[in-house]
Write a protein that binds this ligand. Structure first.
Ligand code: FAD
Ligand code: UDP
Length: 756
């Protein structure tokens, strides 16, 4: 609120207190000298009827609002303030939900209903932590997690302060301390067990006792309750502790908490021992400085470890500082402020939302859509871009502008019906296969599947069709053999193989496995055509994609999941992108919107060298030309793909889609692939020097804030579809994690703020 107060007047409306009976209700006010934040406390006559309170509060609030010049933003920390404020006109209503208040002790029964009303009314909802967001995300279309940030400079004072507060100065060492509200969330039994297990330790509890009778607090000679202290004083108390504690009970009231004190304790340079609070474990559990302990015995043992750690000024503190450096209240403020502007704009208060004129340059773009504020601009609607657009909108409630320079979604996996009604892949055959359950599971949300195992034959010696990858059948057919077991085939291949001391390139891979003749028959010509260079010049990973088999398995892939999307790839992408938060603009190049669109972050899935204007030179990509032929016959070839490794044939392979799609049709369509140097970038070229050049671009990418590079072209990797999906899902996880950490709202539950 101090940050908001730099640009607006901020008025904090406190819960009422009760003054002399039979007096007129009034407002007490204090003004924070430093920030100008005004705190108003309604004073109602003691003994007045509870049913009159709302109208008294409403009367007081109305006088305050009447004096405000300009627009009002309503900001709620509790739905309980709604009954006397729901009529106030505002350009934006924020619900900053800090806790699952309904789970708290003495929660009023009307809270749940009022929260529902507030959810309906709010333009934007913030949650004070990630677990809370997970629990509530389905309840509002624009809900965003803001876990605690930390005022690092303030709490870091605890690392250097020497002067002790009086009430703590005499306590024996070592000291383990907690500060915060002492209420039903505190595990008092655990506190007692700790005090009893280590009578020589001082257990210090700083904070007001709320909702529980102080007489019910456990008493022990080494258990010290020092009462509530000001925020300003906390670092001095922390400075006098060896270890900081979070002895929270694990129950309904703590299920969703995201304690601000965790990063504060850490900023103060203290190891932390906590019970297993989900958000603490999630955000900080990996740190050596944070010990999570579930039982009293474990808690005591964890305190022993933490005490030992506190005596070392080692790497644990560096790791703490690295984690904390990602947190910033300024960023929290900036993001919240932006949300408010956007909500106001959506309500039509902002001129930006009114733009309706038509563009002249690019007819596909609607400037109004482009002018809308977006959280993300995603360039490329292939797998990388579409998966991220779907995740960011459906899971984090982001607003995404997704563009592609092509007139369709799906990237290279795009399929469509041709003039004959045959479902074809415009950019060559795409067969889906994966071993990753996560990827298969994820995509299954958007499509049904049709089982399909891809089989490929190689056309060799002027027209003989044999299985590729090379297997026992290939050997028997080519050489007129009768190898009947794996062992015989293995021995045969070994007799042909030429041992290579160190496998360095794509020629070595094959020659060392099957010998030179089979290499030349199946690999040399194909690779020279496909890549425009000899296999000896290519990284070994290229031909390693194709195994050698001694059995008769003639499938091209052996992954456990081999299926085609039942209604095609494009339909699967349509389902994926059917999200309210996605604005899709096709036929739009990044350059068209780079400067113009209003977005916070960018995800780029095109070629990384293009993004950086080829600063270090061009990264080589191999391209293809496709010839799609429709034939007036039902079938053309016996399997999905036939490879033509012979160098004198200009294409590498012919693929017939009906095998893959299962479509029944009187005609058939096949695609020839002609490799070429120029054209759309389809294949990154795996070679050490290209990888080195990519690494230079990658270094630039890492230094470019707010931009992420994802996908086959943007990370210059010869990835299959499933690998790109996996990469995009991993990227999403990191984004969610980062957001879960980097942002947070003020910890002042029980107050409503009108910021004007
Ligand atoms: P893409 O699908 O290339 O999507 C990137 C998108 O970004 C494109 O649509 C492009 O138009 C857009 N774009 C780029 N620059 C800009 C810009 N400046 N402005 C706007 N938009 C831009 N994988 C398999 O798993 N199985 C297969 O059988 C298989 N077969 C393949 C066959 C061929 C011929 C090819 C080329 C690839 C094959 N793949 C296969 C690989 C698969 O196509 C890729 O792994 C996957 O499509 C990559 O997805 P992506 O999102 O990274 O990139
Ligand atoms: N390859 C080959 N002969 C074949 C099949 C593949 O030489 O019959 C080599 C070629 O270099 C090819 C690489 O192995 O580029 C990888 O083949 P894959 O089928 O995986 O290629 P993609 O489907 O990615 O085009």
């Amino acid at each position: 609120m101090i940050r908001f107060a730099k640009e607006r007047r901020v008025i904090v409306w406190e819960e009422p207190v009760f003054g002399e009976p039979a007096r007129t209700p009034r407002l007490d006010s204090t003004v924070c000298a430093e920030s100008g934040v005004v705190v108003l406390t309604p004073v109602l006559p003691d003994g007045s009827a509870p049913e009159d309170h709302a109208s008294m509060l409403r009367g007081l609030l109305d006088t305050v609002v009447a004096a405000i010049e300009g627009d009002v933003v309503r900001w709620y920390y509790t739905p309980m303030m709604l009954p006397f404020s729901r009529h106030i006109e505002a350009i934006c209503t924020v619900y900053d939900c800090m806790d699952e208040l309904a789970n708290f002790k003495f929660a009023p029964p009307e809270l749940t209903l009022l929260e529902r009303e507030l959810m309906n009314l709010a333009d934007v909802v913030f949650t004070g932590g990630y677990s809370l967001w997970e629990a509530k995300r389905d309840r509002h279309p624009n809900i965003q997690p803001f876990p605690s940030s930390v005022d690092r400079a303030h709490f870091a004072k605890a690392r250097v302060l020497r002067s002790e507060p009086q009430d703590q100065a005499a306590l024996p060492w070592p000291r383990l301390g907690f500060y915060g509200v002492v209420d039903e969330r505190m595990d008092l039994g655990l506190l007692t067990a700790l005090a009893d297990a280590r009578p020589q330790w001082s257990i210090v509890v700083v904070g007001p006792v709320v909702k529980i009778d102080p007489a019910d607090l456990p008493r022990r000679p080494n258990l010290h309750y020092l009462g509530g202290k000001e925020y300003e004083e906390l670092p001095r108390y922390l400075a006098g502790w060896d270890v900081a504690l979070m002895p929270f009970a694990i129950n309904e009231s703590t299920r969703f908490i995201s304690p601000t004190k965790t990063p504060e304790y850490l900023a103060g340079g203290r190891p932390v021992v906590s019970t297993p609070i989900v958000d603490v474990a999630r955000h900080y559990g990996d740190l050596e400085a944070v010990k999570i302990a579930a039982t009293p015995d474990e808690f005591v043992a964890a305190c022993d470890q933490a005490l030992a750690l506190s005596r070392l000024r080692g790497d644990w503190l560096k790791a703490v500082d690295a984690t904390l450096s990602a947190l910033s209240w300024d960023e929290t403020f900036a993001r919240m402020d932006l949300e408010i502007s956007r909500a106001a704009a959506r309500r039509g208060r902002s001129p930006a939302a009114q733009i309706t004129s038509s563009p002249t340059s690019s007819p596909v773009i609607r400037p109004a859509a482009r002018k809308k504020p977006f959280d993300y601009l995603i360039v490329g609607a292939g797998y990388a871009g579409s998966v991220l657009a779907e995740r960011l909108t459906s899971q984090l409630g982001k607003r995404v502008l997704l563009i592609d320079k092509r007139p369709h979604i799906g990237g290279n996996a795009y399929d469509e019906k041709d003039a004959a009604g045959v479902l074809i892949h415009r950019y060559g055959p795409h067969i889906f296969h994966t071993n990753a359950d996560e990827v298969a599971g994820y995509l299954s949300q958007f499509t049904r599947w049709r089982p399909y195992e891809h089989r490929v034959l190689a056309s060799v010696r002027g027209g003989l069709h044999v299985p590729i990858p090379i297997n026992r059948t290939t050997l028997n057919t080519l050489y007129g053999l009768d190898l009947t077991s794996d062992d015989e085939a293995k021995a045969y291949l070994e007799s042909r193989a030429e041992p290579v001391e160190k496998i360095r390139n794509s020629a070595d891979v094959v020659i060392s496995a099957v010998g030179r003749e089979l290499y030349e028959t199946f690999f040399r010509g194909y690779t020279r055509k496909q890549w425009g260079m000899d296999p000896s010049e290519l990284d070994k990973s290229v031909t390693s994609r194709v195994p050698t088999r001694t059995n008769t398995d003639d499938r091209y892939f052996t992954d456990k999941f081999q299926n085609m999307p039942a209604d095609g790839y494009t339909r699967m992408f349509e389902n994926m992108l059917d999200q309210a938060g996605i604005t899709l603009e096709l036929g739009v190049d990044f350059e068209d919107v780079r400067e113009e669109a209003d977005y916070d972050r960018l995800i780029f899935t095109g070629p990384i060298d293009e993004y950086f204007d080829y600063r270090y030179g061009k990264l080589p990509y191999r391209s293809l030309a496709f010839r799609h032929d429709t034939l007036d016959q039902e079938w053309f070839q016996p399997v999905g793909t036939v490879n033509y490794p012979d160098e004198s044939t200009p294409y590498t392979r012919i693929s017939e889609y009906k095998h893959m799609t299962g479509q029944t049709c009187r005609k058939t369509t096949v695609t020839y692939e002609f490799p070429q140097a120029d054209g759309d970038p389809y294949y990154p070229v795996p070679r050490p020097e290209n990888q080195a050049l990519y690494k230079r671009y990658e270094a630039l990418a890492l230094e470019t804030p707010g931009v992420q590079f994802v996908g086959r072209l943007a990370t210059y990797r010869y990835y299959n579809m499933d690998q790109v999906v996996g990469q995009a899902l991993a990227t999403f996880r990191r984004i969610a994690e980062r957001e879960g950490r980097a942002v947070m709202a003020a910890q002042t539950a029980g107050r409503a703020v009108a910021a004007s």
